[in-house]
Ligand binder design. Structure first.
Ligand SMILES: Nc1ncnc2c1ncn2[C@@H]1O[C@H](COP(=O)(O)OP(=O)(O)OP(=O)(O)O)[C@@H](O)[C@H]1O
Length: 318
């Protein structure tokens, strides 16, 4: 990475407009529209078969839309003269020919896009593969292959980057590395679109999310908005729930019960401790609970999942 900053203009933009893709009777993507600009990580979320990969493939010109358009910097990928300098992608990390080493693989890619050889050494350094750059790729671990895939995506120093399920199969160190990399790329003003089927992963990485279900856009939101909407509550246990309910309600909290505990929303847990102490109420537990975005996401996509537990065996892909 060269650390150059990109201005937030219509450049470095992905523009998907009324995009539809049918494979025979299967509608993989249905009338999908969204625009993504630079400076943020956008999470592309959806259950298996939601259409994330198909959309990414159409953005990358690997699949032709049945109707609608997918533009990168205002034009279809196939009309881009040196595509790697505009958009980089990590799709399937196992796609590299195993007989190559990292240098030969990246040098061939660089040459086809008129990118100087010096850049190969730079990206190898960025992804931490310099020491193994002359080893054959077939001896690489999955994590090393992912890093090589990222190196290829970064080769042309593009303003737009797509990552399809980049943390799949990575160890915790690899996951942390890829999260940090995506955050840095976005901080430089680049457009980063990353697909995942895990809300928890996106809550840690993305600024915005697009949620797909059966090829349709179900939700577009910032992570901050989602977190605020699914606000946190506080679980309280006390010897005197009746009195506690009264004093918390008087202070503006909304109190409900859950088994033998009180659940309070509308007041921070630190405040609850103070209110209880000030009113002589003894608390035996005071636990702030963060809202589960994963639950919200699962509720949202529940009706749009092709394969639920009961009929999972119907799907030969899994
Ligand atoms: N080449 C193809 N031929 C036929 N059907 C396809 C093809 N590619 C994708 N599909 C179908 O299109 C739908 C969307 O698939 P896609 O791979 O885009 O979903 P996804 O959200 O990326 O899911 P996953 O997380 O499982 O990769 C699925 O029903 C899939 O079976």
């Amino acid at each position: 990475m060269r650390g150059r900053a990109f201005p937030a203009t219509v450049e470095h933009m992905i523009d998907v407009h009324e995009l539809t893709k049918r494979y025979g009777p299967v509608t993989a993507v249905s009338d999908l529209s969204f625009t993504i600009r630079g400076g943020a990580v956008t999470g592309f979320l959806g259950p298996n078969g939601a259409g994330k990969s198909t959309t990414m493939r159409m953005i990358l010109g690997l699949d032709a839309p049945t109707s609608g358009s997918a533009l990168v910097n205002g034009r279809p990928y196939r009309n881009t003269p040196r595509p790697l300098t505009e958009i980089g992608a990590l799709l399937d990390a196992s796609a590299v020919h195993g007989g190559y080493n990292a240098v030969t693989h990246l040098t061939a890619l660089a040459r086809s896009n008129r990118i100087g050889r010096r850049r190969v050494a730079e990206v190898l350094d960025t992804v931490g593969l310099t020491d193994v750059a002359h080893r054959r790729v077939k001896g690489y671990s999955l994590g090393m292959r992912q890093r090589l895939g990222v190196a290829a995506a970064l080769l042309g120093d593009p303003g737009v980057l797509l990552f399809d399920e980049p943390v799949n199969g990575l160890d915790p160190e690899g996951i942390r590395w890829i999260r940090g990399l995506m955050r840095r790329l976005a901080a430089e003003g680049r457009t980063v679109l990353v697909s995942s089927h895990l809300m928890t992963e996106m809550a840690l990485t993305a600024d915005r999310i697009l949620v797909l279900g059966r090829g349709r856009l179900l939700l577009e939101s910032s992570i901050a908005e989602m977190t605020a909407r699914h606000r946190t509550d506080v679980l309280v246990r006390t010897d005197d729930p009746t009195r506690a309910t009264t004093v918390f309600a008087d202070a503006g909290g909304q109190v409900t019960t859950e088994d033998d505990a009180l659940i309070v929303v509308g007041l921070p847990h630190t405040e609850l401790g103070r209110i209880a102490a000030g009113n002589g109420v003894v608390l035996t537990e005071l636990t702030p609970r963060s809202a589960s975005l994963e639950d919200a996401y699962l509720r949202l996509t529940a009706d749009h999942t092709d394969y639920t537990e009961g009929n999972a065996d119907v799907d030969s892909r899994r």
